[in-house]
Each structure stands twice: as structure tokens, then as C-alpha cells.
Design a protein around this ligand. Structure first.
Ligand code: KMH
Ligand code: ZN
Length: 273
């Protein structure tokens, strides 16, 4: 089995310091959280940014500052800007995160529209998805195909049939937002992608650790971080993203899977090739 690639989703767009005071807003806080995750064993930093008051933004300048600050502390980390941004942002706004220098090697590509709780809808029409895929392909950015249910895998495969994606495909199963987050769901999703694809999974909230353990055993890769889960265990807030990554490393040790360095992660995920 390949080594385990750990992604840390350090910030997100929806969680706040009211939920966990360690959620980063400023550039210094974002860099601190990235370093804590990197030092603990994360090879990939999934990045959203905020203004200092916590408001989510896809502003190119803010992303540039954050990436430069992370790069200074974690020189070889794979930095994956979000093109999802926050609910309600326009497509143009969302893509601005990829206009940094140098062009990112990896970025998310959300593959469908999804209920985000209450009245919130995260809108990704077919045209949005195909357009984002085309732009990423033209610019040499590897997409991580974010899928919140099985139908989104099918939309990604539609983009693939249009020639908009480069193989091997890489998926991220986000379980516990729109679809449930059981091991049965995980097995179903992993069995629904083309042979030769790689995949990461993240279980939102209390599903984090069962999904991480299942994923490690099945040969997938794991994402954790404040974007997805604020707790180390029931009732215990994580003090940093590093603590969440450390717990994945511990699980991997217990289950006999080695953790990939950023260089190994680039090879395993086919980034920069
Ligand atoms: N914040 C969500 C609306 C991504 O990063 O691509 C979208 C999201 C997915 O987090
Ligand atoms: Zn995200």
C-alpha cells in the first residue's frame, strides 16, 4: 500500500473563533496553523483565507500573503488553494485564489451543488464545474475533485469525458455534509471512481475518526483540520491543527501505514508531473 498522504484543512470558510479560539484569521495565525500541521506530518495544506475580522475572502493578494508566509515556514508543503471559497461567492471571485505566483500546483474543484445546512446552498452548476476544470487544465493546476455525494463523482466523470481532466484523477470524499458518513458510504464512494484514481476522505465533525481509520485501512488518504472538525475527542477542542494531524499519524502507526513526505505525496498524487 502507498504511504498515507495527510491533508490539513486548517481554516475553512464557515468555522469561527467562537467555535474554537484557535481557528486562524490573520496571516500570522494561518502560517502558525499550517506549520503545526506540517510539523505533525501533513504534506498538503488545503487553504482558505480570512480577513483579520474572520470574514472569508478569495482575494488574490490575501492568498499571496498567506502562501508566502506558509512557504517561509514549510518550504516543500503542497499548498492547495480552495476554489470553493464560501457559500454565495461568484465563480470569478472563487477562482481569484489561483491567480497567485507561482501558479498553484494543486487546487480544489467542487463537482456539484450541495446543501450546506439551513438555507445555505453551495452552488456548482455543470457550466461552473466544466469552466473551472478547463481553466485548471490550461494552467497546469491539478484539481482535487471535491465530491459531497456519489452524483458528484458522475459529474466529474462527465468532465473527464469532455477531456477537461488529466489522469490519474484525484478525488476528495467529503462525508457528513450532504451524504452520511458511515463506513458503508466510504466503501461505496471508493468503489465508484475509475481504477487508478487516488482518493482522500474527510469525515465532518464526529465522523472524523471513524472515516480516517477506515480510509487508512482501505488505502485512501486522510484530510483533517478545523475546516472539518474542531474537536480532538468528544468535548475536547483541538488546540491546533497539528493536534488533529498528530492523531491521524498515531492512527496510521497503530494500523501499520507509513506517512508520506511532501515529495512522496507529489509522486503518489501525480502532482507536478
Ligand atoms: N466552503 C465551502 C462552501 C472547497 O474548499 O473547495 C466550499 C469548500 C470546498 O470548502
Ligand atoms: Zn475547503
Amino acid at each position: 500500500m502507498e504511504k498515507l498522504v495527510i491533508t490539513a484543512a486548517i481554516c475553512g470558510a464557515e468555522v469561527s473563533k467562537e467555535n474554537n479560539p484557535a481557528v486562524p484569521y490573520t496571516i500570522e495565525e494561518i502560517a502558525r496553523e499550517a506549520k503545526s500541521a506540517y510539523d505533525a506530518g501533513a504534506a498538503v495544506i488545503h487553504l482558505h483565507v480570512r480577513w483579520d475580522d474572520g470574514a472569508p475572502t478569495q482575494d488574490t493578494g490575501r492568498f499571496q500573503e498567506a502562501v508566502d508566509a506558509i512557504r517561509a515556514l514549510c518550504p516543500d508543503a503542497i499548498i492547495q488553494p480552495s476554489t470553493g471559497g464560501a457559500v454565495g461567492m461568484t465563480d470569478l471571485e472563487r477562482l481569484a485564489s489561483t491567480d497567485i505566483v507561482p501558479t498553484p500546483e494543486f487546487a480544489t474543484l467542487d463537482c456539484g451543488t450541495c446543501n450546506f445546512g439551513g438555507d445555505e446552498i453551495f452552488v456548482n452548476t455543470d457550466n461552473t464545474i466544466f469552466n473551472f476544470a478547463r481553466i485548471m487544465k490550461e494552467r497546469g493546476i491539478k484539481p482535487e475533485l471535491e465530491v459531497f455525494d456519489k452524483g458528484m463523482i458522475d459529474i466529474a466523470l462527465k468532465a473527464d469525458r469532455k477531456g477537461l481532466l488529466v489522469h490519474p484523477l484525484h478525488f476528495d470524499f467529503v462525508l457528513g455534509v450532504q451524504m452520511s458518513a458511515t463506513l458503508r458510504d466510504l466503501v461505496f464512494m471508493a468503489g465508484s471512481i475509475p481504477p487508478g484514481s487516488t482518493w482522500t476522505a474527510t469525515g465532518i465533525g464526529r465522523a472524523t475518526w471513524s472515516i480516517a481509520a477506515g480510509t487508512i485501512v482501505m488505502g485512501g488518504h486522510v484530510r483533517v483540520g478545523f475546516e472539518d472538525n474542531l474537536y480532538l475527542e468528544k468535548g475536547v477542542l483541538a488546540k491546533s491543527n497539528g493536534e488533529l494531524v498528530q492523531k491521524v499519524v498515531k492512527l496510521a502507526e497503530l494500523l501499520g501505514r507509513e506517512v508520506a513526505s511532501p515529495a512522496e505525496a507529489r509522486r503518489i498524487l501525480g502532482i507536478g508531473q
